[in-house]
Every structure is written in structure tokens, then in C-alpha cells.
Design a binder for this molecule. Structure first.
Ligand code: 5GP
Ligand code: MN
Length: 321
């Protein structure tokens, strides 16, 4: 696929969907595409479906039109899935996908399973927002679409710090800056700003973190009881694993939070050696080489033992153990 326009022939209605627990890239991509289509294809009916997301994204144009309704009875000529690496990641919105006349997936996950009629996956791209921009006609990217796309790039690159940041990432970000966005406020408001509660949780999880494998790995785990104590939602836990990753000497950081009794959502980050997408894929998850996740059953120690086995295997292969 070379351009969004290619998939719009004989299409008059589009559902745009993202993945469960939508992050900045996912929300930015869905709203960015919606704002773009409003200008590029004004006659098109476009509806975005997403689970509840961070309030800090609500200022983006069109955020108030997003529906969280997973069965409103609508069917669409086209369903576009963004930033979702497999069908399960579509969660409750898979119904719109299954009943659409045609399906398209635009993504950047190396672990993408190729589940749509038309696939456009660029694993070398920093973000789905970066991929999307390359499929757009710049003439129809206005300030509101630019804000959305820029936000997605900022979030998936950790503000242009992660190794997925390339010259192309910076060039596209530059073109989006040309649209007159207030990029510095956008970065502060959506990426760095934390609520008091989020900061307290971050502090607690850092205090309780444990180094293992001679300091090559670190983990921290959030129990359900503690989540309840802080009245924390999963979106309040963003950024904890990234702070664990920057501990000196650490190659692999693991953050767990309890989603059900004996069930944990796993977030992994690595620095130079370990391909965490391979580790996550063993347990039915996925992601990128340096950032991946999955859901696992058992106690915290069961989960850590199972993950460690695969992490250590890679460290041994690389001569680090
Ligand atoms: P995070 O740790 O920030 O939740 O996710 C890091 C990366 O791994 C993201 O790109 C996300 O899409 C991917 N990821 C996280 N959890 C899962 C999962 O359960 N399944 C799959 N396929 N990917 C995941
Ligand atoms: Mn992404």
C-alpha cells in the first residue's frame, strides 16, 4: 500500500479501531487518521472506537466523538485497525472488524500476525503514527491531525530517545511541527505530566523494585490490593517500566501488575541485547525488540521464573552470562 486513498475506493463508511488499553501512539493514530479523513475525504462517514484512555489526550480534536460502544449495531464498508499486532488486541471491537466489508491493518509491530485483508506493517518505524503519515497526502494534514500524529511519535519514542528514533522519524516530526502545533506544551501535557497519585505509585514501585541476575535485570510488581489502595487504573502505571530500564547496569526491566488473581500483565524493556519481543511471544504476547508485553498466569515468582529462563538464554547466547 502506498497511500490511504487506495483503500477508500467504493467505501462510504469507515470504522477506525485500536488496541486494548490504548496508549499515546494508538490514540494519536486513530484521531490523526479521523482528522485527516475529514479533510481528505469529507463525504466519508468515520467512527473511531477505543477503550477509555488517558484524560491527557482528551484535548485532541475529535476525542469527544470516540465511542467505547462495542456493539452499536453499525456495520462498515471498511475497518482500519491501527497499532494492533494481532486480532486479540482488538478486544471487544473485533466485531466491527469481523463484519466490515474490507479490513486493513496499519502497524509497526515486528510480531504482527497479518490478520487483515490488507496489511501495511513497518517494523522499522518508530510508531504507527509515523507509518500513517507516510501514507497521507501532506496537503490534507492540518494542525489537528498533526497534533495527534506528533503525540503518537513522541510517546512511542519516549520523546525521541528510544532506539526506534530515526532520521525519518525526525523529518516527519519536523513536517508536523511546520503545521503550527504547540509541541512543547503537547509533550509536557501528554507525556511528562503526572497526577499526584501516579507519582506516588511510581515512587513506591521504584522503592520496591528488586535487582536480580547480578544486576542485569530488575523487576517490580503491583498487586491488586495496592492498585485498589491508590485507586489506580492501568493507565496510571505508564512509565514505571521505563524508569526501571534506566537503572545503571540493567539490561532488562520487567514490570508486572495483577489483572486477576494469579494473573499478571507483563511489560518488558531492554537496552542493548535482549529481544524482549521474542520473550513476550513465547507467552502469547508481542511488541518490539526493546519494548514488549504479554499476560501470564501464576504467582509473581512463577511469572519471573518463566520470563527469566528466556531472558537468560538470550544473555548466554550473547556471552553476557
Ligand atoms: P507496554 O509495556 O508499554 O504495555 O507495551 C510495550 C509494547 O508491547 C507495545 O508496543 C505493545 O503494543 C506491546 N504489547 C504489550 N502487551 C502486549 C500483549 O499482551 N500482546 C501483544 N501482542 N503485544 C503487547
Ligand atoms: Mn505503537
Amino acid at each position: 500500500m502506498k497511500a490511504i486513498s487506495e483503500i477508500l475506493t467504493q467505501v462510504s463508511s469507515v470504522a477506525v479501531i485500536g488496541h486494548v488499553r490504548p496508549d499515546g501512539d494508538c490514540v494519536g493514530a486513530c484521531l490523526g487518521l479521523m482528522n485527516y479523513l475529514k479533510l481528505a475525504a469529507p463525504a466519508l462517514k468515520v467512527q473511531v472506537y477505543l477503550e477509555s484512555f488517558s484524560e491527557s489526550f482528551l484535548f485532541l480534536k475529535g476525542a469527544e466523538t470516540v465511542s467505547a460502544d462495542s456493539c452499536d449495531g453499525q456495520t462498515y464498508d471498511l475497518c482500519i485497525a491501527l497499532d494492533a499486532s494481532d486480532r486479540e488486541r482488538l478486544g471487544a471491537f473485533a466485531g466491527y472488524f469481523d463484519h466490515a466489508g474490507k479490513t486493513v491493518c496499519i502497524d509497526h509491530h515486528i510480531t504482527n500476525t497479518g490478520y487483515a485483508d490488507i496489511m501495511h506493517v513497518c517494523p522499522q518505524s518508530s510508531s504507527t503514527c509515523q507509518v500513517l503519515y507516510t501514507l497521507m497526502d501532506d496537503a490534507y494534514v492540518d494542525q489537528s491531525a498533526a497534533e495527534c500524529l506528533y503525540m503518537g511519535i513522541v510517546h512511542d519514542t519516549g520523546v525521541f530517545r528510544h532506539s526506534n528514533t530515526t532520521r525519518e522519524t525526525m523529518e516527519i516530526a519536523g513536517r508536523l511541527m511546520d503545521k503550527g502545533i504547540d509541541f512543547s506544551a503537547l509533550i509536557d501535557r501528554t507525556f511528562f505530566e503526572k497526577t499526584y497519585r501516579q507519582n506516588q505509585i511510581l515512587g513506591r514501585m521504584l522503592t520496591e523494585s528488586v535487582l536480580f541476575m547480578d544486576g542485569l535485570c530488575v523487576f517490580s510488581a503491583m498487586r491488586h490490593k495496592i492498585m485498589e489502595f491508590y485507586q489506580a487504573a492501568p493507565k496510571d502505571l505508564d512509565g514505571i517500566v521505563d524508569q526501571l530500564r534506566v537503572i545503571k547496569g540493567v539490561e532488562c526491566a520487567i514490570f508486572l501488575y495483577e489483572t486477576a488473581p494469579q494473573e499478571f500483565k507483563v511489560s518488558m524493556r531492554s537496552n542493548k541485547t535482549v529481544d524482549v519481543s521474542r520473550v513476550a511471544a513465547v507467552f502469547g504476547g508481542g511488541g518490539h525488540i526493546r519494548a514488549a508485553g504479554c499476560t501470564m498466569a501464576g504467582t509473581v515468582y512463577d511469572v519471573l521464573n518463566n520470563l527469566s529462563e528466556h531472558i537468560e538464554k538470550q544473555l548466554i547466547e550473547q556471552g553476557l552470562r
